[in-house]
Design a binder for this molecule. Sequence first.
Ligand code: HEC
Length: 128
Amino acid sequence: MKHIIATAVMTVALTGGAATALADGDPAAGEKFFKSRCTACHTADEGGKNKAGPNLFGVFGATAGVRVASFEKRHSKQLKASGIVWDEDTLDKFLENPKGFVKGSKMNLKVSKEDDRENVIAYLETLK
Ligand code: HEC
């Protein structure tokens, strides 16, 4: 019995620790998701080329629409003027519905599952 209680306490402690360190997402699962859903339009490596969307290296923590100089003319005016800073909360809202969160955004993809958004955001956070 003592042993069972000790195990339960440890499980709670470990899960709590992981949740604070990484928000809720799993970056490895997020990378897989990124490769299946985002690489049609985005690269993720440092200095990678732009496709239909801008290279995303360093996007986490950056101000929306101004980070990649070579994409400046192709960004929507609305995203450039938004002043949004990309963090877990703003990325979550953007990915759920880009054109709903930033009216006039040119990004044409909605990520409807919360788990997928959390994972891919955890992955974007590693691109630095
Ligand atoms: C069909 C092409 C397309 C796909 C697929 C796509 N994007 Fe985009 N993305 C864009 C375009 C175009 C923009 C620029 C939007 C604008 O300027 O309004 C953009 C912008 C972004 C930005 C903001 C960049 C910045 O510097 O402000 C993020 C973050 C982003 N995309 C993440 C993702 C993620 C994560 C996925 C996969 C779940 C994804 N995108 C899939 C086309 C796409």
